[in-house]
Design a protein around this ligand. Structure first.
Ligand code: FES
Length: 117
């Protein structure tokens, strides 16, 4: 596992989301929710596309769920479980992450493997 620096926690306001390029072919996003940071691969289990159509916008209008912009699937922020939409019961790919000294890191298997995906 390799810890990859994503960005400063200060740039991710409470309740906000932000997208990052963790590796050349690995797009991820972070959600800051109830003082926790969750990091997911930016890939919808339904269509295999990125979830957002605007930079750093991953939540529904009420900011209660992660939403796919293609067909409106809704995912729980804490677990990535799809609770409504065409991929109901499936999950977003949650990636291990941690915050250290005010910085957000995601853990990926290794950079070479990530570049192959
Ligand atoms: S591609 Fe995400 S809901 Fe269809």
């Amino acid at each position: 596992m390799t810890a990859v620096y994503l960005g400063a926690l200060a740039e991710l306001a409470a309740g906000a989301t932000r997208g990052y390029q963790a590796a050349p072919d690995l797009s991820v996003f972070a959600v800051r929710h109830n003082d926790e940071v969750h990091v997911y691969r930016n890939l919808c289990p339904h269509g295999g596309t990125e979830l957002n159509w605007m930079p750093d916008k991953f939540l529904d209008r009420d900011r209660e769920y992660i939403q796919c912009s293609s067909h409106g699937a809704l995912f729980e922020i804490n677990t990535g479980l799809c609770i409504a939409g065409p991929c109901g019961g499936q999950h977003l790919d949650k990636l291990p992450s941690h915050v250290e000294d005010g910085n957000i890191y995601v853990h990926i298997k290794n950079m070479i493997e990530a570049e192959k995906n």
